[in-house]
Design a protein around this ligand. Structure first.
Ligand code: FAD
Ligand code: DHB
Length: 390
C-alpha cells in the first residue's frame, strides 16, 4: 500500500491528525493495535482546554462536544477541609475549560473517520520501521498471519507511551527525561450526581482526592493510593469511605455513592523524549511525553503537537514549504515543557509524599499559603489550567 502519511495509533492524537489531513485531501492510514471497542472502553481524560475544543471544531467533530460538554469557569482547591475557589475566568479575561470525556471525544473522531471513509486498520501488531532518514520511509505490520507494507512520505508515532515509535529512534539520538512519583491514582466512575458542580482538587492528611465528572449523572472520582495497591484491594465501599475522609465535611456528607462502573489504578509519571522528530518519523502525544494527571494536561499537550504537525504538513503539501516540519520538534517541546512544569507543580502541591521531611512539608504548606495570598500566583495557576496558547 502507498499513502502520504502513515499514522501509528488510533487514540485521540492519531485520529485527530488523520481527520484534519483527510479534510485537506492529504491521504493517510491509521494503524491501531486494539479493536475500536477496546479503545473506547478506556476511561481517561475529562477536561479539555479550549485549544483542543477548537481543534475538534476545525476537524468537524465538535458538534456533540459543543452540545453536551460543560463549560467550567472555575474549580476548587480544598486543603484539610477548607475549600477555596479558583476563578479561572476572572484571572484569564474570561477563559474556561470544557468538561467532556476522552471516551466521547474519541467516539466522535472514530465516527467522523468512518463518515469520510477514512482508512483506520485495527487489530494490527509488530509494526516495524524502515529507511526513516530517507525520502521514502516505509513500515510493515502484521494482521492475522499476513505481513503488510505501507510506503509513505511521513510516519507519525501517535502510539502512546508504550508504543514502538519512540523506540525506533536510535539510543544515541534520543534523550529521555523522567520522574516517577511514589503513588498512583485509583479512579472510579459511577452513575451518580457529581458532589460539586465544579471540580474539587482536595489535599488532605490522608492523601489527595479529586472530584470530577462526565455529566450531571456521571461522576468520576480519584484518590491517591500507594503504588503497591491493586484494584482488588479496593471494594466500592472502601473507596467511598476513604474518599469521604479526604473531602471537606459538607461534601463528605452530600456525596452520593453507588456501584462503580469502572475502577482502575494509574501510576503517576513525568516523561519527555527529545527530539520529537527523527528523519521522517514524527512523535506526537503520549508517545513523546507523559504528565501526572493532576493538572489535566495529558490530552491537552497532545493537542498542540497535532496542531503544529497539521500545519507543518499542510504547508509542505500545499506550498512546498518545510519550515513548519523543520521547526516541529523545537516548537512542540517548548509548550510540552511548560505543561510538564505545571503538572509537576500541581502534583507537588496537592499530594502526600511518603518520603518528605519536615522541611519539604513546610515548603508544600507555604506554596499553598502563597498561592492564595497572591493574585499573581492565582493568575499563573489559572492561565496554565485553561491552557497556554499555541
Ligand atoms: P493514547 O490515547 O495512548 O493512544 C495511543 C494509541 O496507540 C492507543 O489506542 C494504543 O492502543 C495504540 N498503540 C499502542 N501500541 C501500538 C502499536 N504497536 N501499534 C499500533 N497501535 C498501537 N489528559 C488530559 O488532558 N486531561 C485529563 O483530565 C486527563 N485525565 C487522565 C486521567 C487518567 C486516569 C489517565 C490515565 C490519563 C489522563 N489524561 C488526561 C491523559 C490522556 O488520557 C492522554 O494524554 C491521551 O490519551 C493521549 O492520547 P494519545 O492519542 O497520544 O495516546
Ligand atoms: C479528570 C482527570 C484529571 O487528571 C484532572 O486533573 C481533572 C479531571 C477526569 O478524569 O475527570
Amino acid at each position: 500500500m502507498k499513502t502520504k502519511v502513515g499514522i501509528i495509533g488510533g487514540g485521540p492524537s492519531g485520529l485527530m491528525l488523520s481527520q484534519l489531513l483527510d479534510l485537506q485531501g492529504i491521504d493517510n492510514i491509521v494503524l491501531e493495535r486494539q479493536s475500536r471497542e477496546y479503545v473506547l472502553g478506556r476511561i481517561r481524560a475529562g477536561v479539555l482546554e479550549h485549544g483542543f475544543a477548537k481543534l475538534m471544531r476545525v476537524a468537524k467533530c465538535g458538534d456533540r462536544m459543543d452540545a453536551e460538554g460543560e463549560l467550567h469557569d472555575g474549580f476548587f482547591i480544598a486543603e484539610n477541609g477548607v475549600k477555596r475557589r479558583i476563578d479561572l475566568a476572572g484571572h484569564t479575561g474570561g477563559n474556561s475549560v470544557v468538561v467532556y470525556g476522552q471516551t466521547e471525544l474519541t467516539r466522535d473522531l472514530y465516527e467522523a473517520r468512518e463518515k469520510m471513509g477514512g482508512n483506520v486498520i485495527h487489530n494490527i501488531d509488530d509494526v516495524e520501521f524502515f529507511d526513516l532518514k530517507s525520502d521514502a520511509p516505509y513500515l510493515t505490520y502484521k494482521r492475522g498471519d499476513e505481513i503488510n507494507r505501507i510506503d509513505c512520505d511521513f510516519i507519525i508515532g501517535a502510539d502512546g507511551f508504550h508504543g514502538p515509535s519512540r523506540k525506533a529512534i536510535p539510543k544515541d539520538v534520543l534523550r529521555e527525561y523522567e520522574k516517577v512519583y511514589p503513588f498512583g491514582w485509583l479512579g472510579v466512575m459511577s452513575q451518580t450526581k457529581p458532589v460539586s458542580p465544579e471540580l474539587i482538587y482536595s489535599k488532605s492528611n490522608r492523601g489527595f482526592a479529586l472530584c470530577s465528572m462526565r455529566s450531571q449523572v456521571l461522576s468520576r472520582y480519584y484518590i491517591q493510593v500507594p503504588l503497591t495497591d491493586t484494584v482488588d484491594d479496593w471494594s466500592d465501599d472502601a473507596f467511598w469511605a476513604e474518599l469521604k475522609l479526604r473531602l471537606p465535611t459538607a461534601e463528605a456528607a452530600a456525596l452520593e455513592t453507588g456501584p462503580s462502573i469502572e475502577k482502575s489504578i494509574a501510576p503517576l509519571r513525568s516523561f519527555v523524549a527529545e527530539p520529537m522528530r527523527y528523519g521522517n518519523l514524527f512523535l506526537a502525544g503520549d508517545a513523546a511525553h507523559i504528565v501526572p494527571p493532576t493538572g489535566a494536561k495529558g490530552l491537552n499537550s497532545a493537542a498542540s503537537d497535532i496542531y503544529y504537525l497539521y500545519h507543518g504538513m499542510l504547508a509542505h503539501y500545499k506550498n512546498g514549504d518545510d519550515t513548519g516540519l523543520e521547526q516541529y520538534s523545537e516548537k512542540a517541546l517548548a509548550r510540552v515543557w511548560k505543561a510538564q512544569r505545571f503538572s509537576w507543580w500541581m502534583t507537588s502541591l496537592l499530594h502526600t509524599f511518603p518520603d518528605n521531611n519536615a522541611f519539604d512539608d513546610k515548603m508544600q504548606k507555604t506554596d499553598m499559603e502563597y498561592l492564595f495570598s497572591s493574585e499573581a500566583a492565582l493568575t499563573s495557576l489559572a492561565e496554565n489550567y485553561v491552557g497556554l496558547p499555541f
